[in-house]
Design a protein around this ligand. Structure first.
Ligand SMILES: Nc1ncnc2c1ncn2[C@@H]1O[C@H](COP(=O)(O)OP(=O)(O)OP(=O)(O)O)[C@@H](O)[C@H]1O
Ligand SMILES: Cc1cn([C@H]2C[C@H](O)[C@@H](COP(=O)(O)O)O2)c(=O)[nH]c1=O
Length: 643
């Protein structure tokens, strides 16, 4: 863009403007045209193959540059490599959630961002090293007397071949495109992808927030150079602001999710964007270089947190079949919004001009660049509030309670009755996830540690409950109305809480239940597609709002869990189709995402002993004193908990 401006210097303003806009259009055009196709291909073709072929083509392109040795081929090869990247990236983004356990996706995204953005300084260092090496090698062996950039390009090409081999050997599950997806036309598939993004609240909130942040970021980049000039700083000041934003982003991406580990991700996304918006607003209002550097670091922190959370939530929430298109749409729109905003913001700033505002003795120097920062800040704040509103659903804690917990205060659950003593642990998960196995293992260990432990299950832990269980699971009752089913499970639970769970907790026992309320939310709410708020309401009433201290979710793909029970006849619920069980699985995971401090999510495909160890490790942190409190006073001894 700068080159376009320099080449048209002295021409009319309109020619200059079209020259710069032309560069912008050429830069974003391939992504606008190719991204929707790339997204559909990422959902239809085998993603591993797409990535391997993409890497081989890019490797060949980079190696060809020094061999051809012409400037025009350098430009064409780079352009083609960019086009290939448009196909490679959505395939990669859509694959990662299938490769890593869901609870590790955030870390995987952090690592991916580190390798993407952190590779620039490493590359610069390597280039310097190569430059000195090529001089030495060229002196020793004249054959190797090539410009250092050639060696860098050869090495770059080879790294793509290495990546292709690594990806080819990865245990990437084959993409299961349903018949529906493979049969629909390309345009229909693009349209379905857009409609999905537009009509799903969470995805809409995420995309809106991320694109709003890009628009605001572009506006800041567009006017930053002029802005620092008005603050009396030149290129050095510009460099400081640039560095501050990126340092902030790195801090946000890596430290943010760790520090705010137990905060709901859906809320944190909107709140971190709001923080960025407020910091930007202050930077636009206060004309001071030092404060501007501090505040832009804050802008970066918020943006970094939002970016890593946004990518993670998109990976977790968007169904595999449509994930490629969603990521491709995000990448394309991000480029368009960013470049458009970089190009337009200086024009708006110039239109606003400068003025001295006076109020009595006070005067304030207004500049269009600061005005543009304020517009970007207001945009970001509005977008963050809309994203928060779109995504703030189904939390079992108020925002205030979450903030209090974060600051170390004891957050009281609003409207929750007095909680009995003891510890209430629930195991949840789909069919065959290993809940009963783990309940047994954990109970043996806890009893051995000296605890009073009660193991129980739903449905069917009471006399009445056993009858209800028979009715609920008997295949003779096929066709039972979904509401009847939900009410019968709630009735079983009311009896269970009243006769078994509460009395045990009141005497200080550890109660471990195989299933509880989440099962009804997942099976009857998501599986039978009943209104989740209605299901939650009847269950709050049935249980007197008794919430578990910890829910251990054993997560397993529905097909794999059902296979574990293939040797026994399926009951009424187990006999439901795969889509039903997949909805159940997704709902369990969403419930865990909304209250991460109350859940432990484990990959149920891990070996049984590893899962038991992970549960033990987690429980050790929350276990009460194994000896009754008054016993300590009586004996004057400190109880010892065995490790
Ligand atoms: N981690 C594991 N890896 C492999 N197999 C397992 C694992 N955990 C349990 N299993 C086996 O899977 C089967 C189902 O386990 P289990 O009965 O504990 O699951 P469940 O979640 O209680 O099932 P459901 O709720 O459907 O009755 C059993 O045969 C068990 O031995
Ligand atoms: C508590 C509860 C259970 N279910 C379903 C889930 C299972 O298919 C059966 C219970 O049997 P299992 O011994 O755990 O395999 O019932 C449900 O649909 N809703 C519930 O609330």
């Amino acid at each position: 863009m700068s080159l376009a401006a320099i080449l048209t210097e002295g021409e009319e303003a309109v020619i200059q403007y079209f020259a710069v806009s032309g560069v912008v259009v050429l830069k974003v055009l391939p992504s606008v045209v190719l991204s929707p196709i790339a997204g559909v291909l990422a959902d239809r073709l085998d993603r591993r193959l797409t990535m391997v072929v993409g890497d081989v083509i890019r490797g060949l392109l980079y190696i060809s540059i020094p061999i051809v040795g012409r400037l025009d081929w350098l430009l064409i090869a780079n352009f083609l490599a960019e086009c290939v990247a448009l196909f490679w990236s959505p395939a990669k983004d859509a694959t990662v959630p299938n490769l890593v356990p869901r609870h590790r996706l955030e870390q995987a995204n952090q690592l991916s961002l580190l390798t993407t953005y952190g590779s620039a300084p490493v590359a610069a260092g390597l280039f310097a090293l190569l430059a000195s090496l090529s001089t030495v090698l060229g002196g020793l062996f004249p054959v190797l007397q090539t410009p250092e950039a050639d060696i860098a390009l050869y090495i770059n090409g080879v790294t793509f071949f290495v990546a292709a081999v690594v990806i080819a050997r990865l245990p990437i599950p084959t993409t299961h495109s349903s018949d529906k997806v493979t049969r629909t036309s390309m345009f229909r598939a693009i349209w379905d992808g857009l409609r999905y993004a537009g009509t799903t609240r969470l995805v809409r909130g995420l995309l809106l927030g991320m694109l709003g942040a890009f628009a605001a970021g572009g506006a800041v980049i567009g006017v930053a150079r002029i802005y620092v000039t008005h603050l009396g700083a030149g290129n050095a000041g510009f460099g400081v602001l640039f560095g501050a934003v990126f340092t902030g982003m790195a801090l946000g991406m890596f430290a943010g999710p760790r520090v705010l580990r137990d905060f709901s991700r859906r809320r944190l996304f909107g709140l971190s964007l709001l923080g960025s918006g407020i910091a930007l607003l202050l930077a636009g209002l206060i004309p001071d270089m030092v404060l501007a550097a501090v505040l832009t670091t804050g802008v970066g922190v918020g943006a970094g947190i939002a970016w890593v959370i946004g990518l993670t939530l998109l990976g977790q929430e968007v169904e595999d079949e449509i994930r490629g298109r969603t990521f491709a749409f995000l990448h394309a729109m991000a480029r368009v919004v960013l470049m458009g905003s970089v190009a337009v913001s200086p024009l708006i700033a110039a239109t606003m001009g400068s003025a001295t505002l006076k109020a009595g003795q006070l005067s304030y120097e207004f500049h269009g660049s600061a005005g543009m920062l304020l517009i970007a800040a207001v945009l970001l704040i509005l977008v963050s509030l809309v994203a928060y509103w779109q995504m703030n659903e189904g939390h079992d804690k108020t925002l205030w309670a979450e903030l209090k917990t974060l600051l170390g205060g004891a957050a009281e659950e609003e409207g929750a009755p007095d909680k009995p003593g003891g510890l209430f642990v629930v195991l949840e998960g789909g069919e065959g996830s290993g809940k009963s196995t783990q309940v047994r293992e954990i109970a043996v260990w806890l009893r051995d540690e000296g605890f009073d432990v009660l193991t129980t299950r739903e449905p069917g832990a009471t006399k009445l409950g056993m009858r209800l269980r028979t009715m609920l699971l008997d295949k003779a009752n096929e066709g039972m109305a979904a509401r009847t089913e939900a009410l019968l499970y709630a009735a079983d639970r009311a009896e269970h809480v009243d006769k078994v769970i509460r009395p045990a907790l009141e005497r200080g026992a550890i109660v471990i239940s195989d299933r509880y309320v989440d099962s009804t939310l997942a099976y009857q709410g998501a599986g039978r597609e009943l209104d989740p708020d209605d299901v939650a309401t009847i269950n709050n009433w049935a249980t007197g709002r008794l919430v578990p201290d910890l829910t251990i979710l054993l997560d397993i793909p529905a097909e794999e869990g059902l296979r574990r029970h293939a040797d026994r006849p399926a009951d009424r619920l187990e006999s439901e189709n795969l889509e039903f069980h997949e909805r159940v699985r997704r709902c369990f995971l969403e419930l865990a995402d909304r209250a991460p401090d109350r859940y432990l999510v484990l990959d149920a495909r891990e070996p049984q002993e590893e899962i038991t160890k992970a549960i033990r490790r987690h429980l050790r942190r929350i276990l009460p004193d194994p000896v009754p409190h008054d016993a300590e006073e009586i004996t004057g001894m400190i109880p010892i908990i065995k490790e």
